[in-house]
Design a protein around this ligand. Structure first.
Ligand code: BGC
Length: 742
């Protein structure tokens, strides 16, 4: 009793003497107090992030902690952040606990580590994690609530394991279909990216659990990353500032409003300047104009890239100075601590002031306090109960069902009972990897054998749902890798024999998963062998279902006009096979709509908001998606036909479901600003809502818009331009015209 009392007195005295330990004080104040106690070395260490591979026993991402290495990085070099790794939930807890113990118990100030992860489609680096659809697929639902729920589930399955900092969401606008990270974006539309991105931020950062730190989201990659001129990853972008303000900035602005705590910088160069060294974008725009005050992190080894890749600086010292000058707070140095050495030298030489360092470290410490890391630095074994839960699989299933897009259906789906003998083939037919895509246990997506066991392939799901049917499956794993031509492959001969006997053919085609530069494409056509297979299948004249599992829209050969269905699945996650099967048998009415333009040819690719002097060609346009049965629109109305900038406009439309199934319909409201001195897009999504309609039901849907949002756009300096004139509003084929008065 006496000892207990004594301990309490000692700890109270210690908190009083060290205000940063007092959890009742605001994070800002605690950070300031702590900062005041730190040496220069300790401060620079906080600005440094290393990869897990630098602290594991075998130098890979496998979660066996090398204690002597971690001690040396944390105790001697004061490193404040680590990232990445892969393994079982239990191993994660042990690994991050080990790291935090060194940081908290064995260092002078006991500053916990901020551990970063790319949990971009669920807790995707944990064996038991739920693999949700990738963003491109999810955004086809046009229901941002799904992004909020996805983020909450990700938080539930990862924060307890110690994954506090999530490098998600990707807020790059996916307007270039060639770009190999398209599947990580929420599609081509800035408003959709803004709504889904900010919903994700809110969902992740709002997650709270007793005795656990909270999570921080990371808006990435600021700015202009997703539309490089050559379309290859991390190659230069040339985007006029006006377009940056109009198209690329809005998703970030929305995330800032949602309170995103951190941001990652674009690895590439923009208009002749690596963004990591850009004062204009990182200081003038990001900090001053957009008012972002959170932690700014480099992308991987990107200070060095300014020397080796962009050749903008002669050496790492100059590059470091430029990045710090521009506004970087933390370097994802990854593999070594050169950053620490260089920073110390720059400070000693008077090139970087300690004041400047204090600004960054204050932000980093404030973040650690805000998240509650000082109170709850450790992962929680009790969190293991959150893993592998059937309701999480069901959430993944719902998300996939809401997102898959039926692009074509000429009397094929739902499958008819007389279609008894089904021949299924293609790389996605019986592959878990094709469903989950990249960033699944491994950067490029784990090999088939290591894919999460709960993943149900399309073939497995179909067999389960249609046990009476006769299934023939032609093994096609490795199908586009081995044989030189399709005819040469034994696989193709088998398929031909099977196809002859079958009533209906199913082809699951697309792309093997890839990440970043590994997915650079020189041709947007579907690869040659799959194209040939599709052509053979069409020539048989048999009913045909094509399922597209791909990270970006690969251009297809000319499609037959009858007895044909096409479904876009993208990378729909671990329940994607079952979701597809449900749509195919008709127990789910497909409701996704394309959040991007599906190109018709490989050279002329444009987003739907191209300029009026351009011509929009597509295989399927933005917003396209079919249901079983028709949904009709009529009586589009606005509260007034003329308006002023200060007005609020009410717009309504009747939507009716003329089918025998209930339907979820994404109602998309577009506008065209008819005349603009800075030429206006042919069309622009200004609002969207998703509604559920029972069979035969009609409903009036209302949108409330601020006139200002309709009729202002940014100029080349980001200032708002407002011009009087006509605006056309459109939902489906309904159109009306309204006018902004002088
Ligand atoms: C990617 C980032 C990612 C980082 C850490 C980089 O290569 O560009 O999006 O967050 O790696 O894994």
């Amino acid at each position: 009793m006496l000892i207990g009392l004594l301990l309490l007195v000692i700890s109270t005295c210690s908190v009083l003497a060290q205000p940063y330990k007092n959890k009742l004080l605001p994070p800002e104040e605690r950070a300031k107090d702590l900062l005041g106690r730190m040496s220069l070395d300790e401060k620079i260490g906080q600005m440094t992030q290393l990869c897990a591979s630098s602290i594991t026993l075998d130098g890979t991402k496998k979660l066996d902690l090398n204690l002597s290495k971690i001690r040396s990085y944390i105790i001697q070099e004061h490193v404040g952040s680590f990232l990445s790794g892969t393994g079982k939930a239990e191993k994660w807890i042990e690994f991050i606990r080990g790291i935090q113990e060194v940081a908290v118990k064995e260092t002078r100030l006991g500053i916990p580590i901020l551990f970063g992860m790319d949990n971009v489609h669920g807790s995707n680096y944990t064996d038991e994690g739920t693999m949700l659809p990738h963003n491109l697929t999810l955004s086809c639902s046009f229901d941002a609530k799904l992004a909020y729920q996805a983020a909450q589930l990700t938080a539930l399955e990862s924060i307890g394991l110690g994954h506090i900092w999530n490098f998600a969401p990707v807020l790059d606008v996916g307007k270039n279909p060639w770009w190999p990270r398209l599947y990580e974006t929420f599609g081509e539309d800035p408003l959709v990216c803004a709504r889904f991105g900010s919903a994700f931020v809110s969902g992740f950062q709002a997650y709270k659990e007793k005795d656990l730190a909270q999570g921080a989201s990371c808006a990435k990659h600021f700015i202009g990353y997703s539309d490089p001129k050559s379309s290859w990853d991390r190659t230069p972008s040339e985007i006029p500032d006006q377009q940056l303000y109009e198209v690329f900035v809005p998703p970030f602005r929305a995330a800032f409003r949602a309170g995103v705590k951190t941001l990652m910088v674009n690895s590439g160069e923009l208009n002749g300047e690596p963004v990591h060294g850009s004062k204009k974008w990182l200081h003038e725009q990001l900090r001053k104009n957009l008012g972002f005050d959170g932690v700014v992190l480099t992308d991987i080894k990107d200070i060095l890239k300014m020397v080796e890749m962009h050749r903008a600086y002669e050496n790492e010292e100059d590059a470091t100075l430029a990045a710090i000058d521009a506004g970087i707070d933390m370097s994802m140095a990854c593999s070594n601590t050169d950053f620490i050495r260089i920073m110390k030298k720059l400070v000693t030489e008077g090139k970087i002031s300690e004041n400047r360092i204090n600004q960054s470290v204050q932000r980093i410490l404030k973040l650690k306090f805000e998240l509650g890391l000082f109170e709850f630095p450790y992962p929680k074994t009790a969190s293991l109960k959150n893993m592998s839960r059937p309701e999480h699989y069901r959430q993944a299933l719902e998300a996939a069902k809401e997102s898959i897009v039926m692009l074509e259906n000429q009397d094929v789906l739902p499958l008819k009972p007389e279609m008894k003998h089904i021949a299924i083939a293609g790389p996605g037919a019986h592959s878990r990897r094709m469903l989950n895509g990249a960033w699944t246990l491994e950067w490029l997506g784990a090999e088939e054998e290591r894919q999460p066991a709960a993943t149900v392939t399309l073939l497995e799901a179909l067999k389960k749902k249609l046990p009476q049917s006769k299934w023939t499956w032609t093994d096609s794993v490795g199908f586009d890798r081995k044989a030189k031509s399709l005819e040469e492959s034994t696989y193709f001969q088998t398929w031909k024999n099977e196809a002859e006997k079958a009533d209906i053919l199913v082809l699951a085609l697309g792309e093997w998963p890839y990440s970043e530069f590994k997915g650079n494409a020189s041709d947007l056509m579907l690869d040659e062998k799959q194209t040939q297979l599709l052509q053979y299948a069409q020539a048989t004249g048999k009913p045909l279902i094509v399922i597209l599992m791909e990270g970006r829209p690969r251009v297809l050969p000319k499609l037959r006009k009858d007895k044909m269905a096409v479904l876009f699945a993208g990378h729909p996650g671990m329940a994607g096979g079952e979701a597809l099967a449900e749509i195919m048998i008709g127990s789910c009415n497909p409701s996704g709509k394309l959040s991007f333009t599906y190109p018709k040819n490989t050279v002329h690719t444009l987003p739907y908001y191209h300029k009026m002097s351009d011509k929009y060609e597509y295989a399927w346009p933005f917003g396209h998606g079919l249901h079983f049965g028709d949904v009709n629109y009529n009586s589009l109305q606005a509260s007034d036909s003329t308006f002023q900038t200060s007005d609020s406009i009410s717009i309504s439309i009747s939507v009716s479901n003329n089918s025998k199934m209930s339907v979820k319909e994404a109602v998309l409201l577009f506008q065209t600003d008819e005349v603009g001195r800075i030429t206006r897009p042919a069309s622009q999504l200004v609002d969207f809502k998703r509604v559920e309609l029972k069979p035969g039901e009609s409903r009036k849907i209302r949108f409330q818009l601020l006139a200002k949002d309709l009729c202002t756009y940014p100029d080349g300096e980001g200032r708002e331009v407002t011009e009087p004139g006509f605006h056309r509003l459109r939902i489906g084929s309904e159109q009306i015209r309204i006018r902004l008065k002088k």
